[in-house]
Design a protein around this ligand. Sequence first.
Ligand SMILES: *[C@@H]1O[C@H](CO)[C@@H](O)[C@H](O)[C@H]1NC(C)=O
Ligand SMILES: *[C@@H]1O[C@H](CO)[C@@H](O)[C@H](O)[C@H]1NC(C)=O
Ligand SMILES: *[C@@H]1O[C@H](CO)[C@@H](O)[C@H](O)[C@H]1NC(C)=O
Length: 583
Amino acid sequence: MIRLIFLSSIWMISLKAGLFVQKNDYRSYEDLSGLWTFVREESNGGDAGIRKRYYEQDLSKHQNASVMPVPCAFNDMSTEAALRDHVGWVWYQKKEFISMRDKGQLLFLRFESAQYYAIVYFNAKEIGQHIGGHLPFSFDVTQHVRFGAENVITVAVNNTLSWSTIPQADFVYKASKKKPITYIEDITIVANHIGSLFWKIKLNEESDANEVDVEIRVLDGNEEIYFAKGVTGSGNVMDVKPWWPRGMGDPNLYTMRVILRSSTDQILDSYDEQFGFRSITFDKDKIYINKKPFYCLGFGMHEDFDVHGRGYNQAVMTKDLNLFEWMGANCYRTSHYPYAQERIRESDRRGIAVILETPAVGLKVFTNFNLKLHQQIVTEMIERDKNHPSVIMWSISNEPHTEKDEAREYFRSLIDLAHKIDATRPVTVVYGPSWWSNDKTADLLDIVCVNRYYGWYDDMGYLDTINQSVIWDYTNWREKFGKPILVTEYGADSIVGLNQFPSVDFSEQYQNDLVKETHKAFDYLRANNVITGEMIWNFADFMTSMTALRAVGNHKGVFTRNRQAKMAAYTLRDRYLKLLKQN
Ligand SMILES: *[C@@H]1O[C@H](CO)[C@@H](O)[C@H](O)[C@H]1NC(C)=O
Ligand SMILES: *[C@@H]1O[C@H](CO)[C@@H](O)[C@H](O)[C@H]1NC(C)=O
Ligand SMILES: *[C@@H]1O[C@H](CO)[C@@H](O)[C@H](O)[C@H]1NC(C)=O
């Protein structure tokens, strides 16, 4: 076989990522992050690595072998422009000793994310493929493992659709020692602020649900406050403390402990899932959390940092969320792709609301191929993050060309799908190139998000007209569709330390002036119930590809790429701290 790749059939393979890794008496994992052997193919090599069967080779002996940290973006590691700009295949390989002690266990290889198209080989055999970056996938490798020996994991990644690449081969996961066949594959929890609880437990396909008992225990810290049985069910939990976003209350969290018992009363599997009691609702004006109006004060962002490039980094995440709190922010959008689940979990803990977004930026063509892939991504995104109380909304796409007629049925199908999988959260699309006057989709949505750049891409230098333009634009969206509106992007580039007074574009002063002028419009729009939140573009400067619009990346951050505050950060902080108190 020469080509193992059947692009058109990939989404037909069931790639259940299942639950995040966890350690207890029935589950364990090993983190495979670290230095992997790395080989880059020629950019237009015609899939040479697959033809030459790299997966059967010891790649550390390859003439172009190097190492690459996982997780990180390989683009940012090298001294060569060719690697920075590489489009095509790269190969990752790692040797992993798997002990005799692990025999009899189920072993999975789980990837938190691989950008964009990945083929995974275990001991030289292909065990699966995944398309679409940023979301987890896993494969059962039990039958391929050599116990008491080294095993070779090889991952071929093609970043065809994206500039930056994030292969994050992460974990080996092992389950159930005694009866490896039955385990918890997924947990769905819906819990609202007055204590109503619904759950659904999915067991793996090979299991026999009649052979096992499913126990549900809700824990408040160590104290059990609710007990029930059944793979699915509902009930009421008394005296719950709801989960609140920052500024509105405490982000109270609970644990649902799910236990599987065999007919002979042996525990087969157990999993602790964190959740919160809270509800998201909306009317034509506003978003409500636990029936109280929620005004979003936040940021569009990137999961990006110097040296490390795109992808999850725990130090950067901690710094970012600390800065969030310092700023008085309560919300962010995972522009323009789902961020690491670790970040969503930390947002649960800190009470920061999250709008989860798919990696679908600037869609122009609405083919059936794109739709199938987009449906898969929406499904995987919601499945991964459905139990996180911090997630308040699903964003289907950023800046699609919804002025096209074909966009309507395309988006209708995705919006329906998102509602079908999760009936508890609103669905949105973030508009950019289209207008209220020519858009074909916004009436299908629950909430409408709009990006606008008055004083920057539109009317550069005219700070005086920002107030009226912003009011005119958002009021039109509001009047046409009668839905809550969120400002999801506005802003200006500034090069840190570049000072000009009176202000000139790219100076810190200009960014600051533009932000202040735009806030005048927001004050008016907020007072008149036109908008239900505001997010600046961007939290921090980030790297982009080269264009005449960019000077070493995008400088619309109110923080530098190294997370140092610019002038506009202080303006925004004053506003957010003041408004957060009014939420
Ligand atoms: C190794 O890299 C060099 C320089 O980029 C390239 O010319 C050569 O084709 C590469 N070798 C293989 C086997 O990919
Ligand atoms: C891998 O990426 C290259 C470069 O974009 C592309 O030409 C090639 O078709 C891709 N291969 C597959 C199988 O997607
Ligand atoms: C902004 O425009 C609105 C609507 O025209 C107006 O009421 C308001 O006074 C303006 N704000 C400022 C600060 O000029």
